[in-house]
Write a protein that binds this ligand. Sequence first.
Ligand SMILES: [Zn+2]
Ligand SMILES: [Zn+2]
Length: 294
Amino acid sequence: MTFAPTFDANRTWMPDLHMHTIASDGLLSPRELVMRTKAQGVNLMAVTDHDTLNGLEDASIAAREAGIRLIPGIEITTQGEEEIHLLGYFVQKGNAGLDDLLAAIRHDRAEREPKFLRRLGEMGMPVTHEDLQIPDGTMFSRPLLAHAMTRLGYVQSVQDAFGRYLGVGKPAYIPRLHVPIEQAISILRRMRAVPVLAHPGLIRKPLDMLNTLLDGWVNAGLMGIEAFHPTHTQEACRYWEKAARNRGLLVTGGSDFHGLPDELHGEVGHMLTQWNNATQDAQALLDCATQTTG
Ligand SMILES: [Zn+2]
Ligand SMILES: [Zn+2]
């Protein structure tokens, strides 16, 4: 296999294309995240908060000051049979389609909190809004509720809370707003952003079914796959990298950094040890944006 690089061969990208700030459920401010990114030797970053663009302006100012290239991003919570996360790169505020979608998702999430609390109360496990200790600038989420339930002694751990009560289909689960992934893909494409499937290894479907779905999403406009993610084994990284390359899609990777590395989220730059073609792949994403927005 030969590469025909179209980029400046002297430029080595150290990308991390999936990170969260306090604008959603991360622990660091956009500026703190940029500092952390710089300290980790990463020179191309994407801020991809859940269903909000609110951290992007601060991040872009801080990144410019720090000499780091920033791709404004988003991680959209799509919801069909199961929740599937879609990354969007080169997004911006002021697009009615995206703004409306994100507002609807956030509204649904805000509505879910009282519904969850009512349901748990009926089940003899009262939790108040204050018990949730929602950090400033963030919103209700099941992990916050699971932490509260752990603190209140209703469950042993966050995993226990999800396994017995809060997981999809469990007795205290409240379904989300239906947001087909194809709809989110098409909104992103219409605004000339780049839709990329986040952490496919977390999608709980048989591989043959997932591959068929993937072909449909590619037809709907999906442009890339996040092959490198902390929840992917080395084997899974290779599998999804190949799945992307065979389809002529972009290959991306990121730590999914939230503030503290755990089993689902890495340290900034975490995936670079596995991502051999990071420079070429990152450049392909940058080029692709130039073409679609050019
Ligand atoms: Zn995700
Ligand atoms: Zn994420």
